[in-house]
Design a binder for this molecule. Sequence first.
Ligand code: AMP
Length: 114
Amino acid sequence: MAERTLFQKIIDRDVPADIVYEDDQCIAFHDINPQAPTHILIVPRKPIPSVDEITEEDEPLIGHLFVVAKHLAEEEGLEHGYRTVFNCGDHGQQSVDHLHLHLLGGRQLSWPPG
Ligand code: AMP
């Protein structure tokens, strides 16, 4: 059996995390190394490694992740805006091979990213 990713271990409750939301499709928890006052990761229960491995059947799931992000942004009081990011692969600096949507906000973010 393939080695479980860190985020799969969080989903399985084998690694602790500061979980802020979960449902039958995804789980959301605070990033351990926050890059903004609000930095939440929204992770599908389905172990899709990255954006590169998303298929047509995942379209409703990916949309759901954004709906959850929007609700969490509202809960976090991010009325001035926020950023949602999927890092992908080496150049995208993805470090955990389990798809996750970053929700960042609570300060003025700059563009372009590094
Ligand atoms: P990425 O670099 O896009 O793959 O994002 C992975 C994110 O996971 C980084 O922002 C890390 O800070 C975060 N991270 C790593 N380990 C943990 C953990 N145990 N709990 C919560 N977030 C984590």
